[in-house]
Design a protein around this ligand. Sequence first.
Ligand code: NAD
Length: 260
Amino acid sequence: MPQLADRVALVTGAASGIGAACAEALAREGAHVVLTDLDAARGEALAARLRGAGRAAEFLPQDVTDEARWAEIVAAIEARRRRLDILVANAGIGIIAPAVEISLADWRRQMAVNVEGVFLGVKHCIPAMRRGGRGGAIVIMSSVAGLRGSAGLSCYAATKAAVRYFAKSVALECAEARDGIRVNTVHPGIIATPIWEKLPAGAGGRNAPLDPQRLAAAGVPLGEAGRPEDIAGGVVFLCSDAARHMTGAELVMDGGMTAG
Ligand code: NAD
């Protein structure tokens, strides 16, 4: 029996990497999945592939920093599906550079996508979940960089730490409201996705693409980079009834990076 039959899930940043794996895993567990992303071509293609495999999936283009678009997307989901049960706030970007080399524009862009995008998602999805009357699950994609300092990723780490405490506070608000909505964060370590090719984009002169497997060999106790599917498994768990007593919690999936 699929764990998420009858649930309607929204996954941001679903055209690539961890978001794509989450969309696929949620759909496999029976959820109707709405994938959103800036990259419409890849998002449409993944939704079509999932439908071809007999899953319930659709794609809507979205920039998570655009509040008017959040309102449109939630309204479209309620109009078509009557409810929203799950939000995976996954879309994120990073720029590797020492703090003294990060431009204010790059700082603001990371804050906008990684923090404001999460805030807007929570702000617009919780009322829809409350209207549905069946509770809900929100999973926010943080990082090991939200748990400890990361040289070269100071702004990114600040964004990931910000959403960690945002999630805990919203979890307490929902608990006080007795609305049945749980809010948790996931903290991946080094996962093999395209983000590693994009990270050096803002670095002053250090523009070589990063190899997650090489980084993981040196920095992950388990000796290898995680797969997007590894993180998706944790996300499905947090969205399922198996996690019904978890809120305001952190699921760390980092191959042991923060164990020492
Ligand atoms: P990715 O680059 O493969 O995918 C990110 C997706 O987000 C892309 O499809 C991109 O188009 C989309 N996106 C970017 N800006 C957007 C915006 N403004 N609106 C809508 N969509 C937007 O990256 P990934 O590795 O799959 O990362 C997913 C999440 O996991 C991010 O929040 C990232 O910070 C986090 N994370 C990744 C790792 C890792 O090692 N890959 C580790 C820790 C945390």
